[in-house]
Design a binder for this molecule. Structure first.
Ligand SMILES: [Mn+2]
Length: 414
């Protein structure tokens, strides 16, 4: 017997984009409606693929007040699935803790898990049967391990639906913490997880699979790249297969643009416009738009002209004309070049420091600084400059110290 599910989590419906508040008025409506449009795409996919069920592992809504627009859009999605004969299973998370009233308007094909763990045995029209266990967050902050409440109760394929933090991932609130071993011990076939916004898959020692699909639609620059759900196939005697499917209608990307060799702000603007065009041109889906964060890298004298106000102008200039992309920000990571070789000609301490400075500036990882003798001579050189050397505990710190030492020498030669 084979079953196919669409697994979604962290829809955060009607979530505003972070970092675009200033330019929201300039944006085409698709940017403000991205999270809702992504849900529409997920439902289109579920219907087209004729999946056996849709599993939703919490954080349907972004805010506790559950905007009416989000609720109506969610209801519309459920009604379409219902009309297509597809059951939906829902467990709530920390952004949308369980409220009995919320599910009242939903169609009868929606199975909502309450704040007490339970199992639902579900039979499809053709007689195939599977079990879904789940539990919803009763309030936002759940500190107990909910995974230990789950365990296999029958031979039918069994799925666990849970919003939780596996392995206590940092960057996410440590709610319903549990371990991969806890998940394996329950001997379920598949764990449909929610909470962690990056996609993760954990093959379990029990033979099962636990997975986070990641969120349905990226919401800021730290959620870049494709976002969507998992198409899960459960077949007898095999580990489940979970295949990512992108549903995001607006994709966040962080773009590195090297400005070495560019000699004017206009040239920088052109480089950014060109990079944005290449992103759009490489996207096969004409409906997908982008939010870009540019990071200017490299080393060029033009850095001196790239003041914060100029960076904002670059940002707005690009966004104004955009239909398929907008710019969240233009960030300066590039450095002013230092006249190192000329400095070295002078000999003495400066010449001694130049190779270090080059290493620090040209090799960000500073592998060259790992060698012991070189390290000692740098510390000695810095000591002669009367810089505090006690804190030189890592290659990165040494690189930064070398950079400062060189700046000092440039500004105030010995
Ligand atoms: Mn979430």
């Amino acid at each position: 017997m084979t079953l196919r599910f669409l697994h979604l989590a962290d829809l955060h419906l009607d979530s505003p984009f972070a970092g675009l508040e200033q330019s929201m008025g300039l944006l085409p409506p698709r940017f403000a409606q991205a999270s809702l449009a992504a849900l529409t795409r997920a439902v289109d996919f579920a219907i087209q693929e004729r999946v056996d069920a849709v599993l939703v592992a919490g954080d349907l809504y972004d805010r506790r007040d559950r905007s009416l627009r989000a609720r109506l859009h969610w209801l519309g999605a459920l009604e379409r699935l219902h009309a297509a004969g597809i059951a939906t299973f829902v467990a709530h998370g920390n952004h949308d803790p369980y409220e009995p009233v919320s599910a009242k308007a939903w169609p009868s094909s929606v199975h909502t898990f309450g704040p007490t763990h339970e199992e639902k045995v579900h039979q499809l029209p053709d007689g195939r049967t599977f079990r879904v266990q789940g539990v919803s967050f009763p309030q936002a902050a759940v500190t107990e391990n909910l995974a230990v409440q789950f365990s296999r109760r029958g031979s039918e394929p069994t799925i666990g639906l849970l919003h939780c933090n596996v392995g206590r991932e940092s960057g996410h609130r440590d709610y319903a913490p549990c371990t991969v071993d806890d998940l394996s011990a329950a001997r379920l076939d598949y764990w449909a997880l929610g909470h962690v916004h990056g996609a993760r898959q954990y093959p379990l020692a029990s033979g099962g699979l636990a997975a986070y699909p990641g969120n349905l639609q990226g919401r800021h620059a730290l959620e870049p790249g494709p976002r969507g759900g998992l198409l899960v196939t459960l077949a007898d005697g095999a580990r489940p297969i979970a295949t990512p499917v992108a549903f995001d209608t607006v994709r966040w990307l962080v773009r590195d643009v090297a400005i070495d060799g560019l000699t004017s702000v206009e040239a920088v603007a052109q480089a950014l416009a060109q990079d944005a065009s290449s992103v759009v041109a490489a996207e096969p889906d004409p409906e997908r738009a982008f939010v870009l964060r540019f990071e200017l890298t490299g080393s060029a004298p033009i850095v001196a002209a790239l003041k914060p106000s100029v960076l904002s102008e670059l940002e707005y200039g690009l966004t104004e004309k955009a239909q398929r992309f907008v710019v969240e920000s233009v960030q300066l990571r590039a450095e002013l070049p230092l006249p190192l070789d000329r400095l070295a000609e002078g000999g003495g301490l400066v010449a001694e420091l130049v190779p270090w400075a080059k290493g620090a500036l040209l090799q960000p990882r500073v592998e060259a600084l790992g060698a012991r003798t070189e390290l000692e001579s740098l510390v000695e050189a810095l000591g002669r400059l009367r810089l505090d050397t006690e804190f030189l505990s890592s290659p990165e710190v040494i690189a930064e110290a070398a950079r400062r030492a060189v700046r000092l020498l440039v500004e105030d030669p010995p």
